[in-house]
Design a protein around this ligand. Structure first.
Ligand code: SF4
Length: 480
């Protein structure tokens, strides 16, 4: 395949996989908000992860310095991405692996499907991977008659429930244990009909099913958290050990990795291995950190393929403001602190990337016009920026993308008219004073507590209209 990185136009890639929402965020969010069980599950889960994460981050006196180091490494990677990717390719090849370059989702799916077919296997085991969800690999494999089996417990719950993930780290965050029991009874092969909803019993049932699958499947598909260019080493971090089984037991391993995941050296990896577990699961280190370099005769998979995925990333890289979204290490800390995500959950974002990072990454990968409502799925409170271990300024990106969305529509909206009127008024002191007086008069006339009239009533539909102060600052100043 051709290497199209950096030379691609700033348009949506030909195959965007599962990045495009079927309906706008407000419509989908309204449905989620009407589900009290979902809100209870989300509130409980995000509060628990937040508290755990804050505890272990508080133990590190140099957390802010680590964040700055992570941010600087990512900026350096993006500044010389082609060079690092070529170094990675050379090292992986030297170590016995095969590197494939995929410009978009369609091409990546075709490469993986052909590789699996060539092994003669009709089933693959999978390590949890955002990149393969992004390209819709499971659906592409199923269409080709190949059964993909998710081995991360939460991903397995989502897959058996014929559902969609709603959190980066905890894909089944919207399910409680009673619902999980029902899903297992309905869809897990050879499950004990006396299954209870005790967490240990549910985990044991999944373990029994997965162990048989690990032992009888010859091909695994994984993503990668990082790839070290200087040695061609890939790294996957996970909590359950399922990843370790997938990465070591099968004969063939295929890894699909977004091009931005490369880091220059092992010293750089050290920074991220400290940042990621504390920000994501609230642990001091990941329970399982698996690393491999090409193939080792007689040990582990004897065929290794690395698929380097662009799928819109070159276009994101071309945007000097937007490119910082590619710093993301998928820790999900921004989801856990976001007041919007906590109430709507991940499905409302209509994309495999939910929460604040999804609100900025998905529109950039597909083109803003295809996900125009997502940059507005935020109160711009800034909690995501404070929580991000690699200091991505998500509020800045949201504002940047809102400007692009407005530009794309190129027609006046209630918001743009209101903003233009406010700018015109604030530029003219006399007019501004008159407007302040009018606002106070309307308060006296009894508008207090009511919403704004159309077309501005959308803003007050879910907010209280603040009362203007009894006295303006100018009057107060003049008095004194
Ligand atoms: S944007 Fe930052 S906080 Fe959010 S998932 Fe990515 S790295 Fe984590």
């Amino acid at each position: 395949m051709t290497r199209t990185f950096l030379g691609m136009p700033a348009t949506a890639p030909a195959g965007v996989g599962q990045l495009r929402g079927e309906e706008s965020f407000p419509a989908a969010a309204r449905r989620s908000l009407a589900d009290p069980q979902l809100r209870r599950n989300l509130g409980h889960a995000t509060r628990t992860i937040r508290a755990k994460s804050a505890g272990v981050i508080g133990e590190l006196p140099d957390w802010q310095e680590l964040r700055s180091a992570g941010s600087a490494i990512k900026a350096d990677v993006l500044a010389r991405l082609p060079e690092l990717l070529e170094q990675l390719e050379a090292k992986v090849t030297e170590a016995g692996g095969v590197v494939h370059w995929a410009a978009d989702a369609n091409e990546a799916n075709r490469i993986v499907t052909d590789l699996v077919r060539a092994t003669g296997s009709d089933r693959v085991i999978k390590v949890k991977s955002m990149a393969t969800q992004e390209i819709g690999l499971n659906e592409a494999l199923a269409e080709a008659g190949i059964e993909p089996v998710e081995t991360d417990l939460a991903e397995l719950i989502v897959q058996l429930g014929d559902d969609r993930p709603s959190h980066i780290l905890v894909p089944a965050i919207h399910r409680n244990r009673a619902e999980i029991r029902e899903i297992f009874l309905r869809a897990m092969p050879e499950v004990d009909p006396a299954l209870t909803d005790e967490p240990a019993v549910l985990a044991a049932a999944a373990r029994r099913y997965l162990r048989q699958t690990f032992l009888h499947t010859k091909v695994a598909v994984s993503g990668a958290n990082f790839a070290v260019a200087e040695t061609g080493t890939l790294a996957v971090v996970e909590s359950e050990g399922n990843g370790r089984m997938c990465l070591t037991l099968p004969e063939t391993l295929i890894t699909v990795m977004g091009v931005e995941k490369v880091v220059p050296t092992w010293r750089d990896l050290e920074v991220f291995l400290q940042l990621l577990p504390r920000a994501s699961t609230g642990e001091r280190m990941n329970p399982y950190t698996s690393m491999w370099t090409g193939v080792t005769p007689g040990d582990g998979p004897q065929a290794f393929h690395l698929v380097l995925l662009d799928n819109g990333r070159s276009a994101v890289l071309a945007d000097e403001v937007g490119r910082q979204a590619l710093h993301c290490i998928r820790c999900s800390a921004c989801l856990n602190v976001c007041p919007v995500y906590e109430r709507t959950g991940g499905h409302a974002y209509g994309s495999v990337y939910p929460g604040p990072i999804g609100a900025v990454l998905s529109p950039q990968l597909t083109g803003v016009a295809d996900n125009a409502s997502l940059p507005y799925a935020s109160s711009l409170c800034g909690a995501c920026f404070d929580a991000c271990p690699v200091k991505i300024d998500i509020p800045e990106l949201l504002v940047h993308l809102r400007a692009e969305a407005v530009e794309a529509r190129r027609r006046p909206t209630a918001e743009s008219v209101a903003m233009a009127a406010a700018a015109y008024t604030m530029d003219r002191p006399r007019l501004y004073e008159a407007a302040q007086r009018a606002a106070r008069l309307s308060r006296l006339a009894g508008r207090r507590g009511r919403g704004l009239p159309p077309p501005l009533n959308g803003w007050t539909g879910s907010r209280d209209l603040p009362d203007p102060p009894a006295q303006t600052f100018r009057d107060w100043w003049a008095e004194r």
